[in-house]
Ligand binder design. Structure first.
Ligand code: DX5
Ligand code: ZN
Length: 228
């Protein structure tokens, strides 16, 4: 796949926001400078937690037709939800490599459904396992916490995966997710991440706009090292 030069994008996760206000919270994040919304779908099997699924996503999309929905599918059967999530209007579908018996088939179906395809790695999964998929996907998601809950501590040792990917794939979109905020963003940017998911650090702040612009500035400075 030929790829354009990478850009920094900030995608807040609404997981730890007030979910009774999912539309208002999403709008607030977009108004604060979010480039996309990172929506965490959990099925109680792949991870020990439940969130929301395609019916909620479909309602949210109707209210936010211009927003880019980055679906983080923490589900045991990633193929099963491709059609419903595409029908709900999402733009991007990231599944976990650990959950897919045939990842290439999952990627093909995501694309057939008209979405961008991402593949995610849990902390215990080696970065080498994703290499055969890279030419087929739009992004690789490196989890920096065990998926399942917001507000966990950032795992610094995951940065070696990001460094490896960035040094090998100059223009690959690399997303980090979990415990990312002003205190950890420099590590992410220096390692080469360019798609930044941040939940609690943004949604719990009284100044989400300042947090988003701080994250962006930090990553943009670091990216100069890779694309001077
Ligand atoms: C964890 C989710 C993340 C996470 C982000 O399973 O995939 O998107 O909730 O939230 P923070 O930034 O609070 O870790
Ligand atoms: Zn996520």
């Amino acid at each position: 796949m030929s790829r354009p030069l990478i850009n920094c994008k900030i995608g807040p996760s609404i997981l730890n926001a007030d979910l009774s206000e999912i539309y208002a919270e999403s709008q607030r994040l977009l108004d604060s400078g979010a480039d996309y919304l990172h929506l965490d779908v959990m099925d109680g099997h792949f991870v020990p937690n439940l969130t929301f699924g395609h019916p909620v996503v479909k309602c949210l999309k109707k209210k936010l037709p211009q927003a880019f929905f980055d679906m983080h599918m923490m589900v045991a059967d990633p193929e099963k939800w491709i059609e419903p999530i595409a029908d709900a209007g999402a733009e991007q579908y990231t599944f976990h490599i650990e959950a897919a018996a045939d990842p290439l088939q999952v990627i093909r179906k995501i694309k057939e459904a008209g979405m961008k395809a991402g593949v995610g790695l849990k902390p215990g999964t080696s970065v080498e396992s994703v290499v055969p998929l890279i030419e087929h996907v739009d992004l690789v998601l490196i989890m920096t916490v065990e998926p399942g809950f917001g507000g966990q501590k950032f795992m610094t040792d995951m940065m070696s995966k990001v460094e490896y990917l960035r040094s090998t794939y100059r223009n690959l979109d690399i997303e980090v997710d979990g415990g990312v905020g002003p205190n950890t963003i420099e590590l992410c940017g220096k390692a080469g991440a360019n798609l930044i998911v941040s939940g609690t650090a943004i949604t719990a702040s009284d100044e989400p706009k300042q947090v988003i612009s701080y994250l962006r500035k930090s990553v943009e400075e670091s990216l100069l090292k890779f694309h001077p």
